[in-house]
Design a protein around this ligand. Structure first.
Ligand code: KG4
Length: 346
């Protein structure tokens, strides 16, 4: 397998990594959370400018830490979709320039494919087919993985991503940004049965519910209505830990139920958890326990591989290189690109 230098700038983390034979030789992540937290969310223009300032040092540090030189690098890979266009452009411009200067093949990589491949970095014996529950700030999908570039999206959110729901609920409870880790911590002191909140079922015209799709926007509104009701009843202070625990429990139940059901229906032996919300302690525990009860194994990533990083991008790219794939230097960036269309990048 090839040795890849990869760059990731799709949102608010500037990241570079060197990965060889699925071994992470270096992985550097410069987070912009402090910059964006004062605005309560990612400001796209600020993200692009910050990537510009940090990308040079981040790539240099990744190469230095790997103790390799450019002669050891087989290819350069960069996330080209999906993400913030201005942010993606910074990484893509640097990646293409490095590939031209050092005369290395170039690969544009799909960010969500990277999240799937993070699992291979820690579970060397993992083999497709498996189910990936990908839950981040921008995406919530159940993906059947049959091999490199072979993905079928079985289910998804119809509106807000799970991470977006965590961030929005944290904002309405005035807890800070990013909301996921704050709610996760607070929920540990609360009662998840304190308030019954909806699991985001999607009704079907013929009756019943969609087995895999979910809605998290209604759940966020339910929390808003709950807060309004408690305030109108004069409840002060608000039982924030109980609200956080009840909200997190509803999200975890919704995700776990759909993931286990789709793995069972598709006869898949393993579920891989990926994306920023994979760091959630409730989801990690409940999904692992419920799946194990049904004889399904769960691969939970270490915390450093849950959020955006370039090691997962390098890992995906090395498999594409092994399949003879290369990208053109004319490749653009895409704010959205369905995972099923990943082959169009090569
Ligand atoms: O994958 P990621 O780093 O960025 C995207 O590509 O979106 O995910 C960030 C999301 C944010 O919405 C953040 O609130 C959420 O992941 N998150 C969590 C936790 N840690 C991060 N959500 C729930 N529990 C956590 N512990």
């Amino acid at each position: 397998m090839a040795t890849i230098l990869a760059i990731e700038t799709s949102c608010d983390e500037t990241a570079a990594a060197v990965v060889s034979h699925r071994q992470v030789l270096s992985s550097v992540v410069a987070s912009q959370i402090d910059l964006h937290s004062r605005y309560g969310g990612v400001v796209p223009e600020l993200a692009s400018r910050e990537h510009l300032l940090t990308i040079g040092d981040t790539v240099k540090e990744a190469l230095l830490t790997s103790q390799l030189g450019w002669t050891d690098i087989d290819a350069v890979a960069t996330t080209c979709a999906p993400g913030l266009v201005g942010a993606l452009l910074v990484g893509m411009s640097v990646g293409k320039a490095l590939s031209m200067v050092h005369q290395k093949p170039f690969l544009g990589t799909h960010h969500l494919e990277g999240h799937i491949y993070a699992a291979y970095l820690e579970h060397m014996d993992l083999q497709p087919p498996f189910l990936c529950l990908l839950v981040s700030g921008g995406h919530t999908s159940l993906i059947r993985v049959d091999g490199c570039g072979q993905y079928s999206v079985l289910g998804k959110t119809r509106d807000d991503a799970a991470g977006e729901a965590f961030d929005k609920v944290a904002r309405l409870l005035e807890l800070g940004y990013p909301g996921g880790p704050i709610i996760d911590r607070l929920a540990q002191q609360g009662n998840p049965r304190a308030f019954r909140l909806p699991e985001g079922n999607i009704s079907l015209p013929e009756g019943g519910y969609h087995p895999y799709d979910a809605s998290f926007s209604g759940l966020k509104t339910a929390v808003l209505r709950l807060v309004e009701r408690l305030k109108s009843e004069g409840v002060d202070p608000l039982p924030l830990a109980d609200i956080a625990a009840s909200f997190q429990d509803a999200v975890v139940r919704a995700l776990t139920k759909r993931a286990v059901r789709s793995a069972q229906d598709q006869d898949l032996p393993a579920i891989v958890l990926g994306g920023g919300v994979a760091a959630n302690s409730g989801l990690r525990r409940t999904l692992s326990e419920t799946a194990a009860a049904h004889g399904i194994c769960v691969n939970v990533p270490s915390l450093k591989l849950c959020t955006a990083n370039a090691a997962m991008v390098a890992c995906a790219a090395s498999d594409h290189i092994a399949h003879g794939h290369r990208s053109s230097l004319d490749l653009g960036v895409y704010s959205r690109l369905p995972l099923e269309r990943v082959s169009e990048l090569y």
